[in-house]
Ligand binder design. Structure first.
Ligand code: ZN
Length: 299
């Protein structure tokens, strides 16, 4: 019997080591998207945190826009809850500006203005991770290099993205459909959310294979929205079923792929692998987000 146990354990370990790995990140703390009636920002955060704990997830960064706390002070409870659960926070600028709409200098001030809130909650811990709003990294090379230079000079690392199915698109329709009590529509949202997440596993794995000839350690972009909170247990189950295990952002960014800087000015931004493909003049794999269908639902 002992031999069988050893053989079996060996097999299980080998299987786990050969799968894809992914870090999960949440943007826009304390508030993202519309809320269904009677749901609060704190409930959304607590639901996500409960799932992360139940699923024994490694640390998950929440990227903050402190303007939300300034405009709605009671929402600071979201940041408190995130930290009380042992999850780290990172910088997503003060008010989520588009880098394509402001100068590099104004954008850098936005990053700096967000820092006191990070220092308050992440005292003594590593909060020097930066996530670009909208994944816009600069429409000109000059602007891109200026901001990246500022970030490096201030000790920041860039929280890259290499898995993104547009999770945020479902939050507003979910709030509308909930307000109408349209359960059939919510079932359709549920199904299309998981189907789209699944499609983009294939899209980003293909892109990764085209640029790096392998699976990179992926980094998933999520948002702190009500539907994201509701769907998180099933989303994690989907990724596990597709062979993913979960790692921290720090662990993911040890992948040498993230040392690659596409070093191009691109309007509309994109995930790291998308920009690498733009640099190499490769065509991004065919994909479809149901944004137009979602926009029409429960109007
Ligand atoms: Zn954002």
């Amino acid at each position: 019997m002992r031999c069988w146990a050893v053989v079996l354990l060996g097999f299980i370990c080998l299987g786990a080591a050969s799968g894809q790995q992914m870090a999960i990140t949440f943007d826009d703390l304390p508030a993202h998207g519309s809320l269904p009636p009677h749901e609060t920002r704190l409930q959304v955060a607590e639901s996500i945190l409960k799932t992360l704990e139940a699923e024994k997830m490694p640390p998950v960064y929440g990227f903050i826009n402190a303007v939300g706390v300034s405009s709605t002070p009671k929402e600071e409870v979201v940041l408190k809850a995130w930290r009380a659960a042992g999850q780290p926070l990172g910088n997503h600028t003060w008010s989520h500006p588009s880098l394509e709409a402001v100068s590099a200098g104004a954008f850098e001030q936005e990053i700096a203005k967000n820092e006191p809130m990070l220092k308050k909650y992440m005292d003594g811990q590593d909060w020097h991770w930066f996530r670009y709003p909208f994944l816009y990294e600069g429409e000109t090379l000059e602007k891109r290099r200026a901001v990246r230079g500022w970030l490096a000079g201030h000790g920041y690392r860039i929280a890259e993205v290499n898995m993104d199915f547009g999770d945020y698109l479902w939050n507003d329709p979910y709030a509308r459909c909930s307000a109408k009590g349209d359960k059939a529509a919510i079932t359709r949202l549920h199904d299309s959310y998981l189907a789209t997440a699944d499609e983009y596993v294939g899209v980003f794995r293909k892109a990764s294979a085209m640029v790096y000839g392998r699976d990179v350690k992926y980094i998933l972009l999520m948002h702190i929205g009500a539907f994201d909170a509701r769907m998180l247990p099933e989303l994690l189950a989907l990724y596990r079923a597709r062979g993913f295990s979960f790692i921290s952002l720090e662990e993911a960014e040890k992948d040498p792929a993230y040392a690659d800087d596409p070093d191009i000015g691109v309007r509309g931004g994109g995930a790291q692998v998308e920009l690498m493909m733009a640099k190499k003049k490769l065509r991004f794999p065919a994909n479809h987000k149901p944004d137009k269908e979602l926009e029409k639902m429960c109007r």
